[in-house]
Design a protein around this ligand. Structure first.
Ligand SMILES: [Zn+2]
Ligand SMILES: [Zn+2]
Length: 151
């Protein structure tokens, strides 16, 4: 569930310049939290990020992780995947992309599609307000859940 080093470098570069533009101090803690998110493609929630960071950042608190993620979200440096029943998931992929969501384990993976990027917006949706972006969510059963169910 890692991403390519070149993509990570791009995300880190964008993050650094975004922080400078926003006048946000680039603390080690913010850098580490963003990097932990940017290195993953599984759209973790704050708890999952916290537990992956705790081992090398013993003074970090879950509250700090939450506050940092919401701050970065407010600045447009990361996205959320919208309200879910249990927890909000965060996304460091700012390019237009779409999601495959596993209904069993909640795995959420990115994919890109020019066709879906240009999906026509229905009149009804335009009537609800100004459309700024569209993102398709495909729901299904991921490969590993399919394998477990086949056993
Ligand atoms: Zn699954
Ligand atoms: Zn995503």
């Amino acid at each position: 569930m890692g991403i390519h080093q070149s993509e990570l470098d791009k995300r880190m570069e964008h993050f650094r310049s975004g922080c400078i533009k926003a006048g946000l101090k680039l603390t080690q803690q913010r850098l580490e939290i963003f990097k932990a998110l940017a290195a993953r493609d599984d759209h973790p929630d704050a708890e999952a990020l916290f537990s992956s960071l705790r081992s090398h950042m013993p003074t970090l608190s879950l509250d700090t992780v939450y506050r940092t993620l919401w701050l970065l979200n407010d600045l447009g440096l990361i996205n959320t995947l919208g309200p879910r029943r249990e927890s909000i998931r965060f996304d460091a992929n700012l390019r237009q992309h779409h999601h495959f969501v596993c209904l069993r384990c909640g795995l959420t993976r990115d994919f890109e599609s020019d066709l879906l990027n240009e999906l026509p917006i229905p009149e009804d949706a335009h009537a609800m307000g100004k459309v700024l972006a569209s993102q398709v969510e495909l729901r299904g059963i991921c490969d590993s859940c399919s394998q477990i169910e086949a056993l």
